[in-house]
Design a protein around this ligand. Structure first.
Ligand code: ADP
Ligand code: S3P
Ligand code: MG
Length: 176
């Protein structure tokens, strides 16, 4: 891993576990942790759902893009929001400063985990559901993934273990 790419960037659908896995992973690896949703809320001075309700999804996406592009930390696990992959500029920036890890969780498991679709602040079109989001976004997550973790049927600890192993393998390959 080059000096400039010391971050671990988690991407994936809402409910994939980016925020919960991220903080445990950071502790395990001795890295910092940032959840970009929290940076975004602080910047806007309101909650994600309020930004979407009051300002709309396009404004939310612009704010998210700026927040991601301005992140310049190092040695940090970064939990992004599920909609991060809509911004080419943001993803290019994140790919330049870290290793992008896609937490790949099947639609059925995501649906079981998410009970707050209406208040979570999702970037979702009118009338669309989680399945529509999944179909629309999967190619984008795959496009940006440097490492993909199959999260199917795995609990938090198992996913963290898997990410640690995959990163070690990846570093060996990259350094060879
Ligand atoms: N591996 C897992 N197995 C079961 N539930 C999980 C797992 N990872 C996260 N969760 C749960 O799923 C929900 C969404 O997790 P969260 O970390 O907020 O996802 P994200 O940040 O990707 O939207 C939380 O209730 C969390 O406890
Ligand atoms: O997928 C989405 O449209 C979003 C997911 C949220 O983050 P999580 O992926 O952490 O739930 C948050 O960024 C925002 O409300 C939009
Ligand atoms: Mg999250």
């Amino acid at each position: 891993m080059t000096r400039e790419r010391t971050n671990i960037i988690l991407i994936g659908m809402p409910g994939a576990g980016k925020s919960t896995v991220g903080v445990v992973l950071a502790k395990r690896l001795g890295l910092g942790f940032v959840d970009t949703d929290l940076l975004l809320q602080q910047r806007a001075g309101k909650k994600l759902q309020q930004i979407i309700d009051q300002d709309g999804t396009a404004a939310f996406r612009r704010l998210e893009e700026r927040t991601l592009c301005e992140f310049d930390g190092c040695n940090t696990v970064v939990a992004t929001g599920g909609s991060a992959i809509y911004s080419e500029a943001a993803m290019r920036h994140l790919a330049a400063i870290g290793t992008i890890v896609f937490l790949d969780v099947p639609l059925g498991e995501l649906a079981q985990r998410l009970h707050d679709m209406q208040s979570r602040g999702l970037v979702i079109g009118p009338g669309a559901g989680l399945a529509d989001l999944y179909t629309e976004r999967l190619p984008l997550y795959r496009r940006w993934a440097e490492i993909t973790i199959d999260g199917q049927g795995k609990n938090l600890e198992e996913v963290v273990d898997e990410v640690v192993r995959a990163i070690k393998r990846h570093e060996k390959t990259a350094g060879a």
